[in-house]
Design a binder for this molecule. Sequence first.
Ligand code: PLP
Length: 219
Amino acid sequence: MALSDVLDRIRKAEARAGRPAGSVRLVAVSKQQPIARIRAVLEEGHRLFGENRVQEAADKWPELRSAFPGTEVHLIGPLQTNKARQAVELFEAIHSLDRPRLARRLADLLQERGTSPTLFVQVNTGEEPQKAGVLPADADAFIETCRKMELPVVGLMCIPPVNEEPSLHFALLAKIARRNGLECLSMGMSGDFEKAIAFGATHVRVGSAIFGPREVPAR
Ligand SMILES: *Cc1c(COP(=O)(O)O)cnc(C)c1O
């Protein structure tokens, strides 16, 4: 099945990069997928998923989580500040921390709740105006701001521009992470996850290669 193929390709890419087996985690991106397909992947034993909308995750994951203990769900899409509370209650990790106001809100929620999802700072490596993420030139200062707020930032995330060679973007993200002492790199999707692994990805976000084309229209 597609899940085992993707896992196999990940293990091979780790080996080619001289990285330990299991050093890359597969975030199975289940957004806009029929529940039956998600259940099939859970039945196969996979327990880490990615969603890009808070409401969609709130609608489907509570029930799936209780049926499949040990399941982790990560938010990989943009987070509006007014949905931050719901997000920290729903997700084990948020890959899209990208602005001071959101950092402030997450820090307040951490104070209040005593716990926070682990966080990735999203970097707009292609400097695309329509895309979320801090600009590469602002990344170091923003990471420092988050650290002063005691936010649990573990790594960086990027989505390379669609029509560009992704390697340059993966290399840039790895470089920013290295100089800031961050261990995790969320990069690589269905079309380029093996390349991302060669550049040090620790979390690859793969949707259609596992589940097939997305069917439920975006809300
Ligand atoms: C949808 C999505 C993915 C997965 O895309 P595929 O091409 O289906 O693998 C990865 N990352 C983000 C941020 C996404 O929104």
